[in-house]
Design a binder for this molecule. Sequence first.
Ligand code: XIL
Length: 397
Amino acid sequence: MKLRRWTAVAAVAVATAAVLNTLPATASRPYDPTAQSLGALGQRHGLYIGTAVDMDALADPNNPKYRQLAASEFSSVTAENVMKWESLEPTRGNYNWAQADALVDFARRNGQRVRGHVLVWHNQVPGWLTSGVADGSITRTELRELLRRHITTVVSRYRGRIWQWDVVNEAVSDPWDTPPTLHYKGFWAQHLGPGYIADAFRWARAADPKALLFYNDYNIEAFGSGDPANDKTQFVYDMARRLLAEGVPIDGVGSQGHLGTQYPNYDTFQVTAALKRFSALGLATAFTEVDVRSRLTDGVLAGDAEEINPRLQASAANFSVLMKACLADRHCLSYTVWGFTDRHSWVPGTFKDPPQGMATLYDEQYRPKRAYQEIRSDLVFAGPPYVLPRATHRPRR
Ligand code: XIL
């Protein structure tokens, strides 16, 4: 019985591989994983491998390598910035779609899926909106209506072309915030109360019945960090369960996966357990913004191999933990990195004190790093019985 099930799984896997022209080894045509892109290797599992895309780098005529790798290596793309509200509607009532359209067109030309990022977040909101709220010219009722219109406008424009939307991003505080007890934080919770979360999912669903709708956050890779009574992963889990119980159309939880080699982090089984708890609720899961930053110590900056090598190895191990965990959860639909080259990564510009970097899969000269090879090997070596093809997820009504 059991054996038959694995045989069926294997048959599906072989059929899928055949369709994708990634048939396993034969005597005449040895299987060579080193000739396959991340995206192609992911397809063996039905798993999409994505990257955030910096649209300036993509458009730069002097940077062909960026474009080439973004197109060839990944099966999914996300706009790093250009779908954020401040980019789309810099002045009130005037939407500027050019860059976001360019990303969606790029994906279509290259046969890639799109993760839409992001509809509701407290950062990168237009100045006219925050200042209007601050000076009282935008009332609470108007603010809610503006949010409804924004979500409806953006989701409708890309209806049918976005696979997963990050509907709400980073709504939950961290233990280092004030007060330290976890709570709904930021602009939207302050001005609309936490009910904006359910509203946002309902508005997004109404505008695109086919997109999978995600809640997205960081530091939710595993349960049980720090004080168990103040565990962010548990808070997000409880929130998701409550939203589902209320019939809110949430389809998935995205774990950003911003890690650092200076932290203890988690092992593969801890991360797998967390994904499986989320998916046991009936949700899809995904890693949505994976990168692993390192301290740029004086030694690192001076090129000292004894300081660089352990960081490259720790980075590879951490990328790999998230990849293996994702593979192990059939509901983990995609693994997206937040930029693929150290040449274009948000880390050095954001984590300056102390300086951090080296966070992506390729160095500044587009040379693949150990982390790149390691997650490819995860995709190559994984298979039944623990790693099974992806489960199907349909948008919740
Ligand atoms: C970051 C971008 O990478 C930067 O270019 C920008 O200046 C700030 O935002 N979590 C998120 C992303 O959900 O949208 C953030 O992206 C990184 C943290």
